[in-house]
Write a protein that binds this ligand. Structure first.
Ligand SMILES: *[C@@H]1O[C@H](CO)[C@@H](O)[C@H](O)[C@H]1NC(C)=O
Ligand SMILES: *[C@@H]1O[C@H](CO)[C@@H](O)[C@H](O)[C@H]1NC(C)=O
Ligand SMILES: *[C@@H]1O[C@H](CO)[C@@H](O)[C@H](O)[C@H]1NC(C)=O
Length: 423
């Protein structure tokens, strides 16, 4: 936090220079006029928002000048505006990093990205590239792209499944915020997570694209931590780690019509990694498509965790193509020994169809001392299209296992394309 203040203060000193520069940039006035004319529908949401174009505050869309100060200078004006205001990133390639957009601000804010923002390779004091913090009522929109340049750092990351590891910066972090809408934008090659919501309430994400190669480490699409009232709709997430991961203390999360893959699938968890984690509830995943993901629908909790609850987790109407571990609850995630004390209950996997490349279609592996309660598997039709002799995640080896149920009284219903567990 001290860091944010310092950066903002520093940016302030550069203001005079930016204003002089602004007067000299004749071309951008025309560009701004076109912008207002052409996009009235978006910009005129509430009244007549003032548009602050970063190129008038010194940003250069040349792909090589670090424009982070211009972003901060522009933000100061936008955040201070008594009427709804827009921070505009016009077309062009803007190198920048890191950038903190801190509030509270005086009015509703729109950040509209038309161009491409490219992350610097180094210089990150805190683990985020763009951090939005303590700003309520924000709309992040546009057809532009946040390019994280992850390809420059992925090899050095080396975090894997280690308990202690400092991940490279998240591309877009939103912390301590409420009433946020994110739409239209793309995030490409994040250094680690594409998006991270922490302590947020009421966030609506729709029609976005998150893209990174299958082999890029820790590039989760959207990670949630203490996030309430989240909807993630109509988006495409092709990345190297979890598509959406719902972490500690998240409640009332809807994921609908999202296409995942490649990646590690839709996950609740991992839970129980830290002490005193808050409960998770009301996670509803509907009408999603998983393409060649390493897991499909997953709940994962750490072995040897502290106590918490994860309840009301429903996955419905899911299409899978060549998915490994399509349905999995793993309460022995990570490298720590001991039983998980995360109490899992009221879980539904319903109407799941398509193809799988692993023979263990359903793997329910719950905590020995705290068995899962109310796990329902209904109408699951997955054709095995993998090589014969595939190995399951649980290490059970060859053979068409169908379903595994450890420490759970799983209730099966409807039509199933595999033998259910006979416990
Ligand atoms: C859940 O969140 C949505 C917004 O995504 C909100 O409209 C709805 O009222 C919330 N429901 C509850 C029970 O809090
Ligand atoms: C979530 O949404 C509901 C319904 O709009 C609201 O009552 C609640 O306060 C919101 N926030 C949390 C933290 O549940
Ligand atoms: C999935 O989409 C179909 C078609 O729009 C709809 O009928 C169905 O209710 C949706 N499923 C859920 C769980 O909302």
């Amino acid at each position: 936090m001290a860091n944010a203040r310092r950066l903002v203060a520093k940016a302030n000193n550069a203001n005079v220079g930016s204003l002089i520069l602004m007067a000299l940039v004749f071309g951008s006035c025309v560009a701004n006029g076109e912008y207002l004319g052409g996009r009235r529908g978006l910009a005129a949401n509430s009244g007549n928002p003032t548009v602050f174009d970063i190129t008038k505050f010194g940003a250069k869309g040349d792909g090589s000048t670090n424009s982070f100060k211009a972003f901060l200078n522009t933000w100061i004006q936008v955040c201070d505006s008594p009427v709804p205001a827009t921070l505009l990133v016009p077309k062009g390639e803007f190198l920048a990093g890191p950038v903190i957009f801190a509030g509270p601000c005086k009015s509703k804010i729109t950040v509209e990205v038309q161009g491409t923002i490219i992350a610097t390779t180094s210089g990150y004091a805190t683990p985020e590239w763009f951090l939005f913090e303590r700003v309520d009522d924000v709309l992040l929109t546009g057809t532009g792209t946040f390019h994280g340049k992850g390809e420059d750092v992925w090899k050095e990351d080396g975090c894997g499944k280690k308990v202690q590891c400092n991940l490279p910066p998240t591309s877009l972090k939103f912390r301590n915020m409420k009433n946020v809408e994110i739409t239209g934008i793309s995030s490409v090659n994040a250094k680690a997570f594409h998006m991270f919501l922490v302590k947020t309430d009421n966030v609506n994400i729709h029609n976005i694209k998150l893209i990174a190669p299958a082999e890029s480490p820790n590039t989760d699409g959207i990670h949630l931590s203490n996030a309430d009232n989240v909807s993630i709709l109509d988006s495409t997430i092709a990345t190297g780690d979890d598509c959406v991961s719902v972490g500690r203390g998240s409640n009332n999360v809807t994921v609908e019509r999202v296409i995942c893959g490649p990646g590690h699938g839709l996950s609740v968890g991992s839970l129980g990694k830290y002490k005193n984690e808050e409960d998770v509830s009301g996670i509803h995943v509907k009408n999603c498509t998983m393409i060649e993901t390493d897991n499909g629908l997953r709940i994962k909790t750490w072995g040897g965790s502290g106590p918490s609850k994860a309840t009301d987790i429903h996955f419905e109407d899911i299409i899978m193509q060549n998915v490994k571990n399509p349905i999995i609850i793993d309460q022995n995630y990570g490298s720590r020994g001991g039983d998980s004390q995360v109490a899992i209950s009221d879980v539904l996997f319903k109407n799941v169809r398509g193809t799988t490349i692993s023979k263990d279609v359903v793997q329910i592996m719950c905590s020995k001392s705290l068995p899962c309660k109310g796990v329902n598997v209904v109408n699951v039709n997955l054709n095995f299209v993998g090589k014969s002799g595939g190995k399951s995640a649980s290490g059970s080896g060859d053979g068409l296992v169908g379903a595994l149920c450890d420490n759970a009284n799983v209730i099966f219903g409807g039509k199933l394309s595999f033998p259910m567990c006979n416990k």
